[in-house]
Design a protein around this ligand. Structure first.
Ligand code: TRP
Length: 615
């Protein structure tokens, strides 16, 4: 028996162990066996004389589905992809099947119907009324093994979020293959690492944080920086001053944004797509600023918006062993399903907060993967997944062979809302309407793959607007964290709390002492209160003046903080007011997949009015 590296467990008994077998031990032992792919199994459904041809979607007909060794390959798809042929050559030898049957022979397996307890299971015997083990006998079997390993120790079904902690010797630096040559020269001792799962700035020889080099990121991802020309064009075409987040460079890079502006100018349809992985129940400003920005964009363009809540992703990709175990404890969960349900619940809670960012109900569809996937959407997931290979995914996300297969597959799911025909209640069958996706730069790898696959599928490539990470209160090197109360302003914080947090936790770019500040001035560029203010303050002249006086030392750090506090209190209060109006009914309306949404571009005059009310 061979074990995969992750399931290596010193306490595991060998397969031939003579302890009584229970469903738990059998499942556990099977899960540890490295089965070869089923070589000799051939589908011959159509040829079987004894079975009616199965209808699509129905389960396999009992006696015809699989038979060993038939000559009919049942192969309808032409030559197999090279990668599969290669994998077969490597992994599937006759000797492996022999080994396997030898192992199975020592396992003393009960007959299938005996694996199940009374009234359980779908074995033919159980269906025919044979109840298998009697209730009495069943009670005598020791049940302590019945809980699958993964449930007893949720630890074992996950991986560390921070790969370098789990596998210290291995650096999994994800590189997009065709862009390798774009990695610029660097002088860091440790390179920055940006993936959808890890954000770490570079570190120099002395261990000093170098922060995140966004220019390097843009170069590496092959995106374009948002230029002043592009912003000018935005303003000319939409009649709107770019949002402070665009103007001041938080949204700093893009892919094909000019195509969207072309379409807007010509009155051609497009839509917005964004999303969130629900990883905590309390959302903070860092989570919601991108949504507030998207709500603003929606009003400026007056277009449909789809919001994907990826509860599936967060369940599959939570690689922090301890976090997941703690969460399991907190929810008093017993099985993985309990945990999955918890993610679904967080998704619903997050949706309320997201709605409170101010989206247009009549043009917005919010959906949660675990509740909504099916139909045309799932068609596209399948199409998408066939365009991706495991090596694509490994190259782009830095996954390894010991990561779960759901992680590999998830990229197809995040890609799918980029295709308009995934949403028949909005776009019908039209697949030629491009999406504009505002997202943080760490999400770009998903959409790089999506853009590549869009060509293969005959769909439109999505266009993107990338944002930088919003700094934690403590400074710009990492993201705000929901698990660190003082790292962020939460949308539930009251005015007093905001005041206290900014006053005592916000990193200041001011002088070390008051005298020092008055003499030498401060640096607004690294001053967190100044930066937070700049996300929301529309008045450029005011921002310019604050920066100038700060540099001159005439504006104190406390004064700067108080400017920030006033603005954040205003934004959070507005949010809280809208949040209190989000009833269950409203939440349902946003998620109703049968509600028709008009995809036609509105007249520009209407769009402009909608936008004024958004400002
Ligand atoms: N993966 C994102 C997250 O972890 C969620 C997401 C899904 C998303 N689709 C998106 C984010 C589109 C931005 C744009 O939060």
């Amino acid at each position: 028996m061979s074990l995969t590296p992750d399931s290596a467990n010193p306490n595991a008994r060998p397969a031939g162990s003579s302890r009584p077998l229970t469903p738990g031990t059998i499942a556990t032992q099977f899960s540890k066996m490295d089965f070869p792919a089923p070589t000799g199994l051939r589908l011959n459904v159509a040829k079987s004389p004894t079975s009616p041809s199965p209808s699509p979607g129905a389960g396999a007909a009992p006696d015809s589905a699989l038979s060993a060794g038939s000559n009919d390959t049942g192969d309808l798809s032409g030559p197999e992809p090279e990668a599969i042929v290669e994998a077969r050559r490597r992994f599937r030898s006759e000797s492996m099947s022999e080994q396997l049957s030898a192992t199975l022979a020592t396992m003393n397996l009960p007959q299938p119907e005996r694996i199940f307890g009374p009234n359980e299971g779908e074995s033919p015997a159980a269906r025919e009324g044979d109840k298998g083990v009697s209730a009495e006998d069943w009670d005598k079997i020791k049940l302590d093994d019945d809980v699958p390993e993964a449930v007893k120790e949720p630890v074992r079904m996950t991986h560390s979020r921070n790969a370098s902690k789990a596998e210290p010797t291995r650096v999994r630096s994800p590189l997009i293959p065709e862009q390798k040559h774009l990695v610029l020269e660097h002088h860091a001792a440790k390179e920055q690492k940006i993936t959808p799962f890890d954000v770490e700035g570079a570190v120099d020889e002395e261990g000093k944080d170098l922060g995140i080099d966004y220019d390097k990121l843009v170069a590496r991802f092959g995106a374009q920086k948002i230029s002043q020309d592009l912003l000018d064009r935005f303003e000319k075409v939409t009649g709107h001053r770019p949002h402070p987040l665009l103007r001041r460079g938080t949204f700093f890079s893009h892919r094909d944004f000019n195509i969207i502006l072309d379409r807007y100018e010509k009155g051609q349809p497009f839509y917005l797509y964004t999303g969130r992985g629900p990883s905590s129940d309390s959302m903070h400003m860092g989570h919601l600023i991108p949504f507030m920005f998207t709500a603003w964009l929606q009003r400026v363009f007056n277009v449909p918006l789809v919001i994907q809540i990826t509860d599936d992703e967060k369940y599959l990709l939570q690689r922090d062993v301890k976090k997941q175990a703690d969460m399991m404890k907190k929810i008093k969960g017993k099985k993985p399903l309990d945990l999955l349900r918890h993610y679904k619940q967080m998704a619903q809670d997050n949706i309320k907060d997201i709605i409170a960012c101010g989206f247009m109900l009549e043009k917005t569809y919010i959906f949660q993967d675990l509740g909504a996937m099916g139909g045309a959407f799932y068609d596209n997931v399948v199409l998408m997944s066939k365009t991706l290979t495991a090596s694509n995914i490994k190259g782009v996300f830095g996954f390894s062979d010991s990561d779960n297969v759901g992680m590999f597959h998830f990229a197809s799911i995040q890609a799918t809302p980029s295709f308009s025909n995934s949403f028949p209640h909005i776009f019908g069958q039209r697949d030629d309407i491009p999406a504009l996706i505002p997202c943080a730069i760490d999400q770009d790898p998903y959409f790089l793959l999506t853009r590549d696959s869009a060509d293969k599928l005959g769909y439109k490539k999505p266009c993107l607007l990338h944002s930088k990470f919003l700094p934690a209160l403590q400074g710009s090197n990492t993201k705000m964290s929901a698990s660190n109360e003082n790292s962020a302003v939460f949308m539930t914080d009251d005015a007093k709390k905001i005041h206290k947090k900014i006053r005592s936790h916000a990193f200041s770019g001011g002088g070390a002492t008051q005298e020092d500040h008055r003499a030498n001035g401060g640096n607004p560029d690294i001053d967190v209160p100044y930066q937070f203010l700049s996300f929301f303050e529309d008045d450029d002249e005011k921002m310019r003046r604050l920066a100038e006086e700060y540099r001159a030392g005439t504006l104190s750090t406390v004064q700067m903080k108080d400017e920030c506090i006033a603005k954040l209190q205003e934004v959070v209060a507005e949010f809280q007011k809208r949040r209190s109006e989000v009833t269950d009914e409203v939440v349902q309306q946003f998620q109703d997949p049968t509600r028709k949404i008009d995809p036609r571009p509105a007249k520009k005059a209407e769009a402009a009015t909608a936008a004024t009310s958004a400002a």
